[in-house]
Design a protein around this ligand. Structure first.
Ligand code: G3P
Ligand code: CA
Length: 251
């Protein structure tokens, strides 16, 4: 059974820059990714989806409306159209140069920098599209630098099938099926929202005893960093990776 190194209560959690360093630079863009990595966070997290013509890109929403100067569903736009978009100005005009990155571009940066990625597959991916992502990951030789995750269990099963060598984590709420779901998918972890962990603090030990790591999202308050660190979670996903690193360093 694949495993992730588990923490003891009080061990500093791995710092994960949510959508990159998304409080500092526009989410899911290269400047946000580079800021998270150069700031020293152990992982950066991005969301991926694909265009009508099958180009895999980093974006959170189903549409480009909120985070670019365009409109429309990402799966209905061509990559030629997406490549023209400004994905930075909505956040700050200083980032008007930032586009919607391709997964290929992100993986090339990872191969050069050695950075580690928590890669979230958005919506549902069929086996063919998961295989396309797997091919890119293998071409860049970054299999050892990635953990995949998804809320969608069909996508998770396709990851288990098409990208078995890259560790997987299941995203979801804390429920009675969580541990068995993760085991069926041969996942190394199960990643719940911070609100569920605060309501069910015993979860972290239960997951650990079942051999599962816990990366908690999205945690932006120092009080919650303290609570989660005391519980021994393995990862904290935050919009403020630099601040969390500083908080960890106080040990
Ligand atoms: O990494 C988990 C977290 O990012 C899930 O929520 O909506 O920010 O993708 P969301
Ligand atoms: Ca995400």
């Amino acid at each position: 059974f694949p495993t992730f190194e588990l923490n003891e209560p009080g061990d500093p959690a791995a710092v994960v820059g949510h959508r990159g360093d998304s409080a500092v630079a526009p989410e899911n863009t290269m400047p946000a990714i580079v800021s998270s990595v150069e700031g020293g966070a152990e992982f950066f997290e991005i969301d991926i989806d694909f265009t009508a013509d099958g180009e895999i890109v980093a974006i959170h929403d189903d549409t480009v409306d909120r985070t670019t100067d365009g409109t429309g569903a990402i799966r209905e736009l061509t990559y030629a159209e997406v490549s023209e978009l400004d994905a930075g100005s909505w956040f700050d005009p200083a980032y008007s140069y930032a586009g919607v990155p391709t997964l290929d571009e992100v993986l090339e940066y990872m191969a050069d920098s050695g950075a580690h990625l928590l890669l979230e597959y958005k919506s549902e991916w069929d086996a063919e599209m998961v295989a396309a992502s797997a091919q890119l990951i293998e071409e860049h030789g970054v299999e050892d630098q990635i953990i995949t995750q998804s809320f969608d269990l069909t996508t998770m099963a396709n990851l288990q099938q098409e990208l078995p060598e890259v560790p997987r984590m299941v995203l979801g709420g804390i429920n009675d099926d969580a541990i068995s779901t993760a085991h069926d998918l041969e996942a190394v972890g199960y990643n719940p929202p911070v609100s569920h962990v605060l309501e069910n603090p015993e979860w972290v030990q239960e997951a650990n005893e079942a051999g599962l790591a816990t990366f908690v999202w999205t945690v932006n308050e120092a009080d919650d960093w303290a609570t989660l660190t005391n519980l021994g979670v393995e990862g904290i996903i935050t919009d403020h990776p630099g601040q969390l690193m500083g908080w960890n360093d106080r040990y």
